[in-house]
Design a protein. Structure first.
Length: 104
């Protein structure tokens, strides 16, 4: 019985260690469109096309721009599109985002 407990403890240790090692991922695995929390909350630093300011440029940003082009009340970070706060989001702003997503 003692050998069985030791064997199970060893298996559990190996499993936990493997999970911890596998859980450590780096930004390199996600490409160039990942920023750290320090960069995210630093004023003046923004990721290109990250209009929902979640720190990633993905399909959610494209959807937000499409909604903003249809309804001006949708909130987004216009500076990520290269626009000023007084500028309006138009359908022509959608194409660069589609191209950037397809090139990822």
């Amino acid at each position: 019985m003692n050998k069985m407990k030791k064997g199970l403890a060893a298996v559990a240790f190996v499993a936990v260690t493997a999970c911890v090692i596998a859980g450590n991922v780096s930004a390199v695995q996600y490409g160039d469109n990942v920023i750290t929390d320090a960069q995210k909350y630093n004023v003046g630093t923004s990721l290109s096309y990250d209009v929902n300011t979640d720190g990633y440029f993905n399909i959610l940003d494209l959807v937000r721009v499409k909604k903003a082009a249809a309804d001006s009340k949708v909130e987004l970070d216009k500076s990520a599109l290269g626009l000023g706060e007084s500028d309006t989001v138009q359908a022509t702003h959608i194409t660069p985002l589609k191209q950037a997503l397809l090139s990822k």
